[in-house]
Design a protein around this ligand. Structure first.
Ligand code: AP5
Length: 210
């Protein structure tokens, strides 16, 4: 199954993708994770995108499309994938249609108030990338990942000015993809407001695995 996860920053796409991988046994491809790994490695890509990402803006379409096209040419994604955070603009969606056609687009529906609460409390493992939350899912030992012992930190783009910017960018550039895919007849809505286990059940029903 070829899936696209759509939704505002902090909707829970990455958290749900980690669960969906266990259910569907397909790779999870997050452009945000790829960019953050490149930044951590101080690679040429990381150096190019760091300031853009920290400010909550989008990386240019050309760079992002080339990266996803290369990843989707690999053998492990021939029969399925979860694309999380791509496409994020209409030109990205049009480009994707030229090299891969998704079966379903899962739209994680959530109000801004919940986004602010989730991003304001998010903590991420620097080593394995697991998402924690200071209230909803806090690490057992403060500052340390339950799964790999890595350092748990606050993403630079989770600091308040960047969160507002990301919401503005989402509304202007990414939200139009909801109608784009609804008109193609492949969009399914998932209520992303409840607790993770409930969202997982909503997701399974939406993709016919419930
Ligand atoms: P990216 O990493 O994709 O960020 P995002 O889309 O803004 O999404 P987030 O990772 O912020 O949120 P999420 O929906 O995954 O939520 P999460 O599961 O963590 O992109 C980062 C940046 O890279 C972009 O701003 C841009 O600059 C660049 N970029 C990436 N793709 C690009 C593209 N295609 N084009 C151009 N630029 C691109 O959950 C959030 C928090 O809530 C966590 O703390 C979690 O524990 C908690 N939580 C999750 N679900 C629940 C729940 N059900 N109940 C309670 N708490 C929950």
């Amino acid at each position: 199954m070829k899936l696209i996860f759509l939704g505002p920053p902090g909707a829970g796409k990455g958290t749900l993708a980690a669960k969906a991988v266990e259910i569907l046994h397909i790779p999870h491809i997050s452009t945000g994770v790829v960019f953050r790994s490149a930044i951590a490695a101080k690679s040429p890509l990381g150096i190019k995108v760091k300031a853009i990402i920290d400010a909550g803006k989008l990386v240019d379409d050309e760079t992002t499309i080339a990266l996803v096209k290369e990843r989707l040419a690999q053998d492990d994604v021939k029969t399925g994938y979860i694309l999380d955070g791509f496409p994020r603009t209409i030109p990205q969606a049009e480009a994707l249609a030229d090299f891969s056609e998704a079966d379903k687009v899962v739209n994680f529906d959530i109000p801004d108030s919940s986004v602010l609460e989730r991003l304001g409390g998010r903590r991420v493992c620097r080593k394995c990338g697991h998402n924690f939350h200071v209230i909803f899912d806090s690490p057992k030992k403060e500052g340390l990942c339950d799964y790999c012992g890595g350092e748990v930190y606050v993403r630079e783009d989770d600091k308040s000015g960047s969160i507002q910017k990301r919401l503005e960018v989402y509304r202007a550039q990414t939200a139009p993809l909801i109608d784009f895919y609804r008109n193609k007849g492949i969009l399914v809505d998932v209520d992303a407001r409840p607790a993770v286990d409930v969202v997982v059940e909503n997701f399974k029903k939406a993709v016919g695995k419930g």
